[in-house]
Design a binder for this molecule. Structure first.
Ligand SMILES: NC(=O)c1ccc[n+]([C@@H]2O[C@H](COP(=O)([O-])OP(=O)(O)OC[C@H]3O[C@@H](n4cnc5c(N)ncnc54)[C@H](O)[C@@H]3O)[C@@H](O)[C@H]2O)c1
Length: 265
């Protein structure tokens, strides 16, 4: 317990799903948590439920002025920012299934995914480093994906954006080390985690259970992961337990990338 005691943690996209689970875990571990999201209603309800050590702030990761405002407020209020979890991300399928394969994805759809997943993480790392210079130390945890490690033909923009997150995390880690800052940066690579993100892709009605089973058929552990399982990895990277870990990646994929369907039987 209290592995994050006295730490000030900012989490993006924290109103639901993985971000919500990370916020819950960080509060449990003794941190002061800035729950941020573009969904003001859900974010405020969650912060209220989490109690006096959680506070909601509107932060659209695509908007530089939001980053400036929230990090300035954190420094003014707490005098430091210890952890930034760049979690907010979109698939591009939130309003329905549209073509995202390399031949048919529209430039607008590609840019929308990049704006949140890639630009948002770049800004998050930039403002995190600037805020963490106050103490010269901190931990940046970027939520990439299994899709950042392999190609996904039907979700090319998402996969490319998550590869950006993976690679940029390493540049940030090396830059901070070169600057003699004890600011670490690591990426987390979940595969299928059951969150609201899957709602449009899985749909509702009779076939839903079959579609869920089909999604994890190739996964050695034969199930979706849970947001809490991702939160455990984030707490480790956020805490001082991982003080010698930077530029690294943690994969939570039920064993998916350990082999492949083409593995000889
Ligand atoms: N669920 C999975 O299977 C899975 C797998 C791999 C990686 N991930 C990644 O984990 C992260 C969280 O995913 P999730 O499944 O919890 O998604 P989710 O859709 O359930 O939640 C995402 C949250 O981000 C917020 N958000 C969206 N755009 C934003 C913006 N511009 N600024 C701030 N907040 C914004 C949403 O309001 C929402 O609260 C994402 O980066 C996602 O790509 C998820």
């Amino acid at each position: 317990m209290h592995r994050l005691l006295d730490k000030v943690v900012l989490i993006t996209g924290a109103a639901q799903g993985i971000g919500e689970a990370v916020a819950r875990a960080c509060v449990r571990e003794g941190a002061t948590v800035l729950v941020t999201d573009i969904n003001d209603v859900l974010g405020a309800v969650l912060a209220g439920e989490l109690g006096a050590t959680a506070h909601f702030h509107h932060l659209d990761v695509r908007e530089e002025r939001d980053w400036a405002a929230v990090t300035t407020l954190a420094l003014a209020t707490y005098g430091k920012l210890d952890v930034v979890v760049n979690n907010a991300g979109i698939t591009g399928f939130e309003s329905g299934m549209v073509p995202h394969d390399p031949e048919h994805v529209s430039l607008a759809a590609w840019r929308a995914v990049m704006a949140t997943n890639a630009d948002g993480v770049m800004l998050g790392c930039q403002y995190a480093i600037r805020a963490m210079r106050t103490t010269g130390r901190g931990s940046i945890v970027n939520i990439s994906s299994r899709s950042g490690l392999v190609g996904i033909p039907a979700a090319a923009a998402y996969a490319a954006s998550k590869a950006v997150v993976r690679n940029h995390s390493k540049s940030v880690a090396l830059y901070c080390a070169q600057q003699h800052l004890a600011i670490r940066c690591n990426s987390v690579h979940p595969a299928a985690i059951m969150t609201p993100m899957w709602e449009t892709m899985l749909g509702h009605g009779a076939g839903r259970a079959d579609r869920e089973r089909a999604m994890v058929r190739e996964t050695p552990l034969q199930r979706f992961g849970t947001p809490a399982e991702v939160a455990h990895a984030v707490v480790y990277l956020a805490s001082d337990e991982s003080a010698y870990t930077t530029g690294a990646e943690i994969v939570l994929d039920g064993g998916l990338l350990a082999g492949s369907a083409a593995t000889p039987g």
